[in-house]
Write a protein that binds this ligand. Structure first.
Ligand code: GLV
Ligand code: MN
Ligand code: MN
Length: 400
C-alpha cells in the first residue's frame, strides 16, 4: 500500500507532497482508496461532502467503530501526515482478519477530504461540513489562490457541490472514531515510546492580515515618501514571535501574498496568514490580540491600512475520557507497551468530530518531530507497532 501511494503527488524538486483538495493528485489518492476498499470486499461510498468510506458490516446497524484519517497534504508535506492513518486502518483490518476476529459492530475506514486546507485556506473542510461546523454558504465562499471556488473545484473533479451539507444521520451511526496519526512533535521520541494516546488538541486558528500601502518605483521613491506594507508586515512577524514566546504559545506567518510582486516595485499589498495555537483559550487570545495591536501600530507608523480577518477557529478539544481510558486499557493488557497520553498543537478531523462522536487518537513516534515538511519520518518498526495497536483497539472495541 505504502509503495503505491508514495509517488502520488510527490514533487521531484522538493521530495514533498502536493496533494491538494480536488486536484489530480487528490483524485489519484481517492482512486487508490477505492481500490483498497474494493480489494478487501468492503462497501465503498463517498458521502455528500466528498469524504470516502469503506465498510465492513452494515453501518445502518449503528454503533460503528470508524478509523482512518486523510490523504491530502500541505504544500511540500511529508508522506506520513494523513496517509499513515489510512494505510494503518486497512493494514489493521487485514491483521484482524488474519487473527480470525469476529466482528460484533460495523467497522468503517474513512478518508476525510481536504483536511489540511492547503488550497482553500480552511482546514478539515470535509469533516467540518459533515459535523455542521461549516455551513454550506461558508463552504461556497471558499476560494483558492487562482480564484476558483470550492464548488467549481469539486464540480471539475466530478463531484456534486449542491450535495454539500451536514450529515447528522451518518455521524449518529458512529459509536467511536479512532484516528491514528504520525506524531508531529518529539514527545514519544523523548519518552522512548513507539505509541501514544491523545489527550487534547490545543485551540487554534488562522487569521489573514492585509497590509495595504502604495505601489511605487523602487529606484526613485524616497524612503520618507513610501507607504511600504512590507515593513509593517515584517515588524508584525517579529511581534508574533515575541508575543508567542511571552505566552508560551506558537504563532507562525507561513504564507504570504505580495502585490504587485515585482522586484523593482514597492508593494501595494502584503497579505500574511497567521497560524496561532496555545494550550488554553486565554493564552491564545492574549497572543492574537497582542499581535494585532502591534500590527496596527506598525501599519499606522508607515501610513498603511490594515484589515485583520479571522478565517478559521477551532476551540480546545478534550478527547472522550471513557474512550481514551478504554484505549489505554486495551493497549496495556498483556503487553509491555507503555502508552503515554499526550496533548498536541496539531489539528485533526478527530478534533472536529469529537463534539459529535466519542473520539480518540493514537500517535506513532516521529524520530525528529518534523512534520509538514518532506523530512517527516516514522520508522517502519514504529509504523508496524501502530498497526498492531490499532488492530488491538479495533478488536477490543468491535469484536467478541
Ligand atoms: C493540520 O495538520 C494542522 O494542524 O494545521
Ligand atoms: Mn497536517
Ligand atoms: Mn494530519
Amino acid at each position: 500500500m505504502w509503495a503505491e501511494l508514495l509517488p502520488v503527488g510527490r514533487s521531484p524538486a522538493s521530495g514533498g507532497y502536493r496533494r491538494y483538495a480536488w486536484t489530480g493528485a487528490d483524485a489519484d489518492c481517492r482512486t487508490w482508496f477505492q481500490e483498497q476498499a474494493e480489494a478487501r470486499g468492503l462497501a465503498f461510498e463517498t458521502d455528500r461532502n466528498g469524504n470516502q468510506w469503506a465498510w465492513l458490516g452494515d453501518p445502518a446497524a449503528g454503533n460503528a467503530v470508524v478509523t482512518g484519517s486523510h490523504l491530502d497534504s500541505v504544500p511540500d508535506g511529508g508522506a506520513f501526515d494523513g496517509p499513515l492513518g489510512v494505510v494503518s486502518a486497512f493494514a489493521a483490518l487485514d491483521e484482524l482478519r488474519g487473527r480470525g476476529a469476529r466482528f460484533t459492530r460495523p467497522v468503517g475506514i474513512v478518508n476525510f477530504g481536504d483536511e489540511e486546507g492547503a488550497r482553500f485556506g480552511l482546514a478539515c473542510v470535509g469533516s467540518r461540513l459533515t459535523a455542521g461546523a461549516l455551513t454550506v454558504e461558508q463552504a461556497h465562499r471558499l476560494t483558492d489562490g487562482d480564484g476558483i471556488t470550492l464548488p467549481q473545484a469539486m464540480e471539475s473533479a466530478g463531484y456534486d457541490p449542491d450535495a454539500l451539507g451536514p450529515d447528522p444521520e451518518r455521524l449518529a451511526r458512529i459509536g467511536a472514531f479512532v484516528e491514528l496519526h504520525v506524531e508531529q512533535g518529539r514527545a514519544l521520541d523523548l519518552s522512548g515510546d513507539r505509541i501514544g494516546i491523545a489527550s487534547a488538541i490545543w485551540p487554534h486558528g488562522r487569521w489573514r492580515f492585509d497590509f495595504r500601502g502604495e505601489a511605487n518605483h523602487a529606484g526613485t521613491t524616497r524612503l520618507a515618501d513610501r507607504h511600504d506594507p512590507m515593513l509593517s508586515y515584517a515588524e508584525t512577524v517579529l511581534a508574533a514571535r515575541r508575543e508567542a514566546e511571552l505566552a508560551g504559545a506558537v504563532a507562525t506567518f507561513g504564507k504570504i501574498g505580495v502585490e504587485p510582486n515585482g522586484v523593482n516595485a514597492v508593494p501595494s499589498l502584503v497579505r500574511g496568514w497567521l497560524d496561532s495555537r496555545a494550550a488554553d483559550q486565554a493564552s491564545l487570545d492574549t497572543v492574537v490580540t497582542g499581535i494585532e495591536k502591534a500590527a496596527r501600530a506598525y501599519a499606522a507608523a508607515h501610513g498603511v491600512d490594515l484589515d485583520v480577518v479571522r478565517e478559521s477557529f477551532t476551540p480546545v478539544v478534550e478527547f472522550d475520557h471513557a474512550l481514551r481510558d478504554e484505549l489505554a486499557r486495551i493497549l496495556g493488557t498483556g503487553t509491555e507497551l507503555r502508552v503515554p497520553v499526550l496533548g498536541t498543537g496539531a489539528g485533526h478531523d478527530a478534533g472536529i468530530l469529537s463534539g459529535r462522536v466519542p473520539t480518540a487518537m493514537l500517535f506513532v513516534r516521529n524520530p525528529t518531530g518534523v512534520s509538514h515538511s518532506p523530512a517527516e519520518r516514522a520508522a517502519e518498526d514504529d509504523c508496524v507497532a501502530g498497526v498492531t495497536a490499532l488492530a488491538d483497539v479495533l478488536e477490543g472495541l468491535a469484536c467478541t
